[in-house]
Design a protein around this ligand. Structure first.
Ligand SMILES: NC(=O)c1ccc[n+]([C@@H]2O[C@H](COP(=O)([O-])OP(=O)(O)OC[C@H]3O[C@@H](n4cnc5c(N)ncnc54)[C@H](O)[C@@H]3O)[C@@H](O)[C@H]2O)c1
Length: 307
């Protein structure tokens, strides 16, 4: 298959692109390198340094005639979305519409979309949330994900452009950028490696559903099958708080740093955990990495990189 991977210089999509290439597919990466890193780009992919909002995208789609688009390029920082909702919507909604228009005009069969189980449901009524849980996002970022999901429904219904929407938990693993707001695992590992003090925001009891990158990649391989369409949580169903992450990492890294709590971040969602039962029952997907195993692997990769 010929696959366009947007955001393929970033954390998650660079792993997805690697896996697609390993499976023998022809991969084109579309990325403007705003948060991505050129070093993450697989040398066997064709790289296009283009903003997803750029109108030239249509020409590229016309020439290349992609079979499938794996759409990961996004403004993915919740706090940026709060401080600059127009920038967030421009990239995440208008940029995606630019892709959908190009896709529907050039014979793309399916879009795989990176949505967010951690934000689309908002404060949950029940735990873990399944896909039927109401969507009440508490940030412009979460709103942009729900908006794109609805556009995908529309493009399928009106133009027959199929979709597979993955609502991820908090993804972690090698190549995650430790310098942003997202990715507490990457941030803490980086601090501990550099003998700096990690800061736990507030009481550290905020919970999220953490899923290891290799499990996310496995779901994306599954998404290549034509019969895999629809909306699925790609999560672990396990809730982990920040204090637990800190304590486990401290042990795994033999770090001497103290547990330090700073100011709580205002407006942050308290608990998030989502069930993966739907994708399990439909296609047999089960995450293989426990949080501890995933963290062990992430720490080992980080230490190897430093050597
Ligand atoms: N990391 C997570 O825990 C998580 C959870 C749920 C959903 N997601 C979604 O997965 C996707 C990838 O997230 P990530 O963690 O790999 O982030 P990332 O920042 O590492 O990757 C995003 C990539 O998109 C590129 N990009 C951003 N704006 C662009 C634009 N206008 N045009 C072209 N390229 C652009 C960046 O340069 C970067 O390479 C995002 O859509 C994000 O919302 C991530």
């Amino acid at each position: 298959m010929k696959i366009a991977v947007t955001g393929g210089a970033g954390f998650i999509a660079s792993h997805v692109a690697d896996a697609y290439i390993k499976e023998g597919h022809r991969v084109h990466i579309i990325d403007n390198l705003s948060t991505g890193n050129a070093e993450n780009i697989n040398p066997n992919a064709v790289f296009h340094n283009i903003d997803i909002c750029d109108k030239s995208l249509h020409k590229l789609f016309e020439v290349e005639k992609f079979d499938l688009v794996s759409h990961y390029a996004a403004q993915m920082n919740v706090r940026v979305s709060v401080s600059d909702p127009i920038f967030d919507a421009t990239t995440n909604i208008l940029g995606t519409l630019n892709i959908l228009e190009a896709a529907k005009d050039t014979g793309v069969k399916k879009i795989v979309f990176a949505s967010s189980g951690g934000t689309v449901y908002g404060e949950q009524d029940y735990f873990p949330a399944d896909e039927e849980h109401p969507t009440r996002p508490c940030s412009p970022y979460g709103i942009s994900k729900v908006a794109v999901e609805k556009y995908l429904f529309y493009y399928d219904r009106v133009y027959g452009l199929k979709n597979c929407i993955f609502r991820y938990g908090n993804v972690y693993g090698r190549r995650q950028n430790p310098h942003g707001e997202a990715g507490v695992v990457a941030i803490f590992i980086d601090k501990m490696m550099n003998h700096e003090q990690p800061v736990i925001n507030g009481d550290g009891l905020i919970t999220r559903d953490y899923i290891y990158i290799d499990d996310v990649v496995a779901a994306n391989i599954l998404a290549l099958k034509p019969e895999v369409t629809g909306t699925y949580n790609v999560t672990t169903g396990v809730e982990t708080d920040v204090n637990t992450i800190f304590r486990n990492l401290k042990e795994l890294m033999h770090s001497e740093c103290q547990e330090y709590h700073g100011e709580a971040k205002a407006g942050e969602q308290r608990r998030s955990v989502c069930s993966y039962k739907k994708i399990h029952d439909a296609f047999g997907f089960t995450p293989k990495f426990s949080f501890f195993e995933g963290m062990k692997q992430t720490v080992a990769d980080a230490l190897n990189c430093k050597k």
